[in-house]
Design a protein around this ligand. Structure first.
Ligand code: 16G
Ligand code: ZN
Length: 525
């Protein structure tokens, strides 16, 4: 066929690296950049097929997020702007692992047949990349794959992952979708949310992880001039991507990022990761120099839920009942979950790790808030509810503000830049400093460890990763280790992004959490 011929002609330039067995992990493929030519080429073919099948635009973002600079990877964007649907992950794996040209051609033919794609052609795949030096080259490889199906690759250059998701979502809805539209939409909604309130006054020190967040926040900040939000950008690209800085570094070490020595204790600071889809707030601690107090995804979820609750309770009766749910993973600090249950009166749902699971669960509510402790999350609004708000917005400030909230927050996927505007607006509306935010609850001491084992796949989990189904006896041993520990909680799971097993433990003191994590790690070995 013509597709077979096109694949054959192009694929010689993108051979599968010898011995490389790519695997679609929690959020796509990740590996050393030099291994990824073939994977990108084949993802291009697949996302072109996805576009033809849906008669819509899809997206490919070349990024390895918070991982080291020499790595790269790919995140795939559905026509809705959400992550690739799980049914297609199998195709991704099959295509990426095809050993020969004829094998690849057969896999492509089988995909087209199974999806009932008779005639290739038409459609657009938008392709973006982060600041990794390997990005433009890998984007070209993806584009070559897209062309094999007669689909047009549109090179979008440097974007944050969430910006690409937003652009695909908006474009498929027939709404303004350019990068400038993204900035205008977020900035306009922020201005609505904070209208009539006093600026927080202090500067926000943003750690950009030496990544794409730096230029993109600078562009967004331009539109925010006059809105009383002063941002001082740090780690804007002069150093190593995710090196000694960024949200992941901060969360792991609770240590101040590079270039924060001059920032005063108590100052409002935030950090994003390499592709700006994770957000962490923090402040330098006065009594332990070099260390930071963290405001993680759980705390951002609580703040978002409070803002939602404030606004929903101010709606006129015509708004009807509104269900609000908070979705967390087992990594959510026990104190945060308890606070939400006991003080915010929202439903709490727990899912396995990975945005695709949290995002899906958030769709169960009129307003679904999801955040992973690592800072990835957003708020989803059901269409019906937004339609009701549209009708009320003329007479009700709360309805107009909720609509603004639905725009400030990127509903396609977790977005650090839009998360910053959400947090800033929520604090400003309450005239809160970090102290009040910190006082909502006190985190239970916790410890995370990673353990290298011969084969991490022997560990399987159930109950949203809180219990081990195999190997036999492991869960009973963990239960026995946890039982005597006050407020003890511990679980293990295979990582979806690294060849390690992750161990999490929580207890009423740091010593007890450390000891419990250590004991559980030994059980895994
Ligand atoms: C990916 C996921 C993130 C998850 C992390 C866990 C997305 C977009 N990203 O980065 O949500 O927390 O994997 O990695 O889904 P781990 O399994 O290695 O701990
Ligand atoms: Zn990321």
């Amino acid at each position: 066929t013509s597709v077979g011929a096109a694949v054959e002609a192009a694929s010689a330039r993108y051979p599968l690296a010898k011995g490389f067995r790519p695997s679609y992990g929690t959020a796509g493929f990740r590996a050393l950049a030099e291994l990824l030519d073939s994977t990108m080429f084949r993802c291009g073919i697949m996302m072109a097929a996805r576009a033809i099948k849906a008669s819509a635009i899809t997206g490919i973002c070349i990024t390895a997020s918070h991982n080291p600079a020499p790595d790269n990877g790919v995140k795939l964007v559905e026509p809705s702007g959400e992550m690739l649907c799980q049914e297609w992950e199998t195709y991704a794996n099959d295509l990426a692992n095809a050993q020969t040209d004829s094998d690849l051609i057969a896999q492509v033919a089988s995909l087209l047949a199974r999806e009932g794609i008779a005639a290739p052609g038409g459609g657009i795949v938008m392709i973006a990349h982060d600041t990794r030096p390997s990005g433009p080259h890998l984007a070209e490889a993806a584009a070559a794959g897209v062309r094999c199906l007669g689909v047009e690759p549109q090179m979008c250059g440097l974007l944050t992952t969430p910006q690409l998701h937003w652009m695909v979502m908006s474009r498929n809805r027939g709404q303004p979708w350019a990068e400038a539209d993204y900035c205008a939409a977020l900035a306009g909604a922020y201005q609505q949310l904070v209208a009539g309130t006093q600026p927080l006054g202090q500067t926000l020190y943003m750690d950009c992880a030496n990544g794409v967040g730096a230029p993109k926040m600078a562009a967004l900040a331009q539109q925010l001039a006059g809105a009383g939000l002063a941002v001082d950008l740090r780690n804007t690209g002069e150093g190593v991507l995710n090196g000694g800085c960024g949200s992941d570094f901060l969360q792991k070490d609770r240590q101040l990022p590079a270039n924060y020595a001059d920032v005063p204790a108590g100052a409002r600071c935030c950090a994003v990761d390499g592709d700006s889809d994770r957000l962490m707030y923090f402040t330098p601690l006065a009594d332990t120099p070099g260390k930071a107090l963290l405001f993680d995804g759980d705390r951002i979820a609580c703040l978002s839920a409070m803002l939602l609750r404030d606004l929903i309770s101010a709606l006129p009766p015509g708004a009807g009942d509104v269900s609000v749910g908070i979705i967390q993973t087992a990594y959510a600090n026990g104190a945060a979950s308890a606070y939400i249950r006991d003080n915010l009166g929202c439903a709490v749902e727990v899912t396995p790790t990975g945005v695709k699971y949290l995002h899906e669960a958030a769709h169960h509510y009129d307003c679904g808030v999801y955040f992973e402790a690592n800072g990835h999350g957003t708020v989803l609004f059901v269409k019906d509810f937004l339609a009701r708000l549209e009708q009320l917005a003329g007479e009700s400030r709360a309805a107009a503000d909720l609509l603004a909230l639905s725009v400030v927050i990127n509903q396609a996927v977790g977005d650090a830049l839009s998360g910053i505007l959400l947090v800033e607006a929520a604090l400003r509306r309450r005239a809160w400093g970090l102290d009040q935010w910190a006082a909502l609850y006190t985190d239970l001491p916790s410890r995370q460890l990673k353990v290298t084992v011969a084969d991490r796949t022997v560990i399987t989990t159930t109950d949203a990763e809180t219990r081990c189904a195999s190997p036999a006896g492991l869960q009973a041993a963990i239960d026995a280790a946890v039982a005597p520990v006050p407020r003890g909680r511990a679980f293990v799971r295979p990582s979806g992004t690294e060849d390690v097993v992750r161990v999490y433990a929580e207890a009423d003191s740091q010593e007890a959490a450390d000891a419990l994590a250590g004991a559980v790690a030994k059980l895994v070995h």
